[in-house]
Design a protein around this ligand. Structure first.
Ligand code: GTP
Ligand code: ZN
Length: 213
């Protein structure tokens, strides 16, 4: 008989673990907050659900990457805060839906590096050039945890609120059926027009450029 050593027990732990859920009343309606843990990156992630569904239902979802400045500090330098708000409103209007809120601040470079990138943008670089100047790829995000979150929350088929084709591809590659993409091009300001233009031109976002003139 093979004795389980500390090492083998450690290896058996799944990468992503569901931790707990609780009610979260918000300005838009009642949500439930679900906590997940990434054992490899030692990172906390959350999902926010509203209403209920069957496994056979198409669930409207948004994969939202953390943006402390936009989501919590009311920044209008990007569109994140507006998108999060709109996604929550859309979900409540629909009656049910889900936000996967991933802690991938700054497209995966972290908050302090994002501040460095913002400083470079103050000096004239665009969002992609700034990342590259700091030695990072333009986008370092990983979406594997979405599969585990969606399995845990009984979702197999989604309508995805995004302008980012990479998120669509990532979900499809993980075996999630994406039946529709819903554009979420809200929150254009004088301060984020150039940023949205760069995302459209260099990162492949499907943004309605008419909204940027
Ligand atoms: N490195 C870097 N990250 C930024 C900058 N502006 C915003 N971000 C980050 O970009 C991410 C935006 O994520 P999302 O809201 O998911 O947006 P998206 O990938 O553009 O796709 P959709 O909004 O779904 O169309 C967040 O993690 C922000 O913190 C920037 O200038 N530099
Ligand atoms: Zn943002």
């Amino acid at each position: 008989m093979v004795k389980a050593t500390k090492q083998t027990v450690k290896q058996m732990k799944p990468r992503y673990e569901y931790i707990s859920s609780a009610k979260l009343p918000t300005r838009f309606g009642l949500f439930n907050i679900h906590g997940f843990w990434d054992n490899t990156e030692k990172q906390e992630h959350i999902a926010l659900s509203h209403g209920s569904w069957q496994a056979s239902d198409t669930v409207p979802i948004r994969i939202h990457s953390e943006c402390l400045t936009g989501d919590s500090l009311f920044s209008i330098k990007c569109d994140c805060g507006f998108q999060l708000e709109k996604a929550m409103q859309n979900i409540v209007e629909h009656g049910f839906g889900l936000i996967l809120y991933l802690r991938q601040e700054g497209r995966g470079i972290g908050l302090l590096n994002k501040i460095k990138a913002y400083r470079l943008q103050d000096m004239g670089l665009d969002t992609v050039e700034a990342n590259e100047h700091l030695g990072f790829d333009a986008d370092l995000r990983d979406y594997h945890i979405c599969k585990s979150m969606l399995d845990t929350l009984n979702v197999t088929e989604v309508e995805l609120m995004t302008n980012n084709p990479k998120k669509l591809r990532a979900l499809t590659d993980l075996g999630i059926k994406v039946v529709k993409r819903k554009a979420i091009d809200h929150g254009v300001t004088e301060y984020n027009k150039a940023y949205l233009q760069t995302k459209t031109n260099k990162l492949g976002h499907k943004f309605n450029l008419d909204k940027l003139v």
